[in-house]
Design a protein around this ligand. Structure first.
Ligand SMILES: [Fe+2]
Ligand SMILES: [Fe+2]
Length: 490
């Protein structure tokens, strides 16, 4: 009986560990909350006040006003919740951006009414949101912006509404995936062309009499000018996206890829001044990328984050083993484990300084402290112990925080496995390599480093398999091909 209870307890423990822990949302200050709430109230007022202007006002009008007001308020709330769900690290500035765009669109609809095409008002902001906050947030934003019309008198053509929804959804979905500014430009040309053709087919033929030459010309000109306006507004939006990126701290795919360019001054410095660290970084990029692909995380984010994770070592490259090409180890010279631990911690602190100086976005800068978490600097801790110094374990641990996302946790694991995999014997079996990887990952798990990362046990297993795959690739590269005298140059 006791045996069964122990087994049940163990099973329950394992089940709980496989459950993804709920992530704490980013704290938003009271003032920011108040600003967000006031903007939501403004959206609701703008979206509903026109109903109250109908005279004579009866009870059903007041009821309809109340309904529209509440609908707008709840929709704004749902939009904020969706954006928080899609981006757990969303900042208050970004939430303010999303709802301010909604407020602007409602105000524009009210000011211009039916004189301007709703396509030009709704699609460009959808592009900004999909680029900065992802497709799901953009789709939620589009559905609210398309459904709530502040002026009940304006009846939007059903076909135009359909075209608006399709075009805005295409922009929202593709905008979240687009990886370069060139693709954005293509989108800003093809979407207006698509809108032009679909408007001409669905609206033009119904409403414009082809027999009446004058009406045909005016109708066609209106459709053409609306589509041209959409193209122009989209092009302007693309021009302004970098400004939105820096003001609101948006991290678009295009920005991530720009930052991952190895010609960026900071990365170039790393390759010249700390070549060992640069090599270590490149191998980690490979490990982390493969593992992230396995579990379905953000590959572009981790590749860029991995590239910058150790830039702090630029402050003193020769204090790190990978950059010591057989020369004297400064740690041996000072022979002070406390000072050595400070130098190690400094690669995190200095890294954050470099990140600030180079205006790295927060999600990238997060890789710098989180890849070390609160890990123990085992070697120097042991040395201090041997010297019988009065030690506190906390002095030999990085100051953290521990990884807060799957991506930073993968980087921590890749960072831990890199040196061990590089040093492994070329003749080691897959099982031996897998065991080494498992040991390193298990020690970090046991140390509580993965507690806030949302990685499940299944995902950790997939990460181990991915690391093994990369190691097999490295081993394959290290095996020299036999060359005969005749085919040396073939
Ligand atoms: Fe590091
Ligand atoms: Fe590292």
């Amino acid at each position: 009986m006791q045996n069964i209870t122990t087994k049940l307890k163990k099973l329950f423990y394992l089940w709980r560990r496989t459950q993804v822990p709920k992530k704490q949302p980013v704290e938003i200050s009271k003032i920011d909350n108040l600003i967000v709430f006031l903007i939501c109230i403004l959206i609701s007022i703008i979206s509903s006040y026109k109903i109250l202007l109908i005279s004579p006002l009866n009870l059903s009008d007041i009821f309809s006003w109340l309904l529209t007001f509440t609908e707008a308020l709840i929709s704004s709330g749902i939009l904020i919740l969706i954006s928080k769900k899609e981006n757990p690290t969303i900042t208050s500035r970004q939430i303010i951006l999303i709802i301010t765009l909604l407020l602007t669109v409602q105000a524009l609809k009210l000011a211009w009414g039916s004189t301007i095409s709703p396509l030009s008002i709704i699609i460009p902001p959808a592009l900004i949101i999909s680029q900065g906050m992802g497709s799901i947030t953009a789709l939620a934003w589009v559905s609210i912006a398309s459904l709530i019309w502040p002026d009940p008198v304006i009846a939007i053509n059903n076909n135009l509404f359909f075209i608006l929804l399709v075009c805005a959804s295409v922009v929202s979905i593709l905008g979240g995936r687009i990886r370069s500014r060139a693709q954005l430009l293509q989108l800003s040309i093809f979407v207006p062309i698509g809108a032009l053709l679909s408007q001409w087919i669905l609206i033009g033929k119904n409403n414009i009499s082809i027999l009446d030459n004058q009406e045909f010309v005016f109708g066609s000109v209106k459709i053409f000018s609306d589509s041209l306006l959409l193209a122009l507004v989209m092009l302007f939006t693309i021009l302004f996206i970098p400004i939105f990126e820096s003001i609101f701290g948006l991290l678009t795919k295009a920005r991530l890829l720009e930052l991952a360019d190895k010609e960026k001054p900071l990365i170039r410095r790393l390759s010249l001044e700390a070549p060992g660290t640069f090599e270590h970084t490149l191998l980690i990029c490979g490990l982390a990328e493969e593992a992230t692909r396995m579990i379905g995380g953000d590959i572009d984010l981790i590749k860029t984050g991995a590239l910058y994770h150790d830039v702090g070592k630029l402050h003193a490259p020769n204090w790190f083993i990978e950059n010591q090409d057989g020369s004297k180890n400064p740690h041996d010279e000072i022979d002070d484990p406390f000072k050595s631990a400070e130098v190690l911690q400094a690669h995190v602190d200095e890294g954050l300084k470099y990140a600030r100086k180079n205006r790295l976005p927060k999600p990238i800068a997060n890789f710098i402290p989180e890849h070390q978490g609160t890990l123990k600097m085992g070697y120097f801790f042991q040395k201090a112990k041997e010297k019988n110094l009065n030690i506190n374990e906390r002095d030999f641990r990085y100051r953290g925080p521990i990884p807060q996302s799957k991506e930073t946790a993968i980087l921590m694991l890749a960072d831990g496995c890199e040196a061990a995999l590089r040093a492994m014997n070329i003749n080691a079996s897959d099982n031996e390599a897998f065991e080494t990887i498992s040991k390193i990952i298990h020690s970090r798990q046991k140390d509580g480093q993965l507690a806030s990362s949302e990685l499940s046990l299944g995902e950790i297993y997939l990460i181990k398999r991915a690391f093994l795959g990369v190691w097999k690739r490295i081993r394959h590269r290290r095996i020299q091909y036999p060359t005969s005298k005749n085919n040396t140059f073939s």
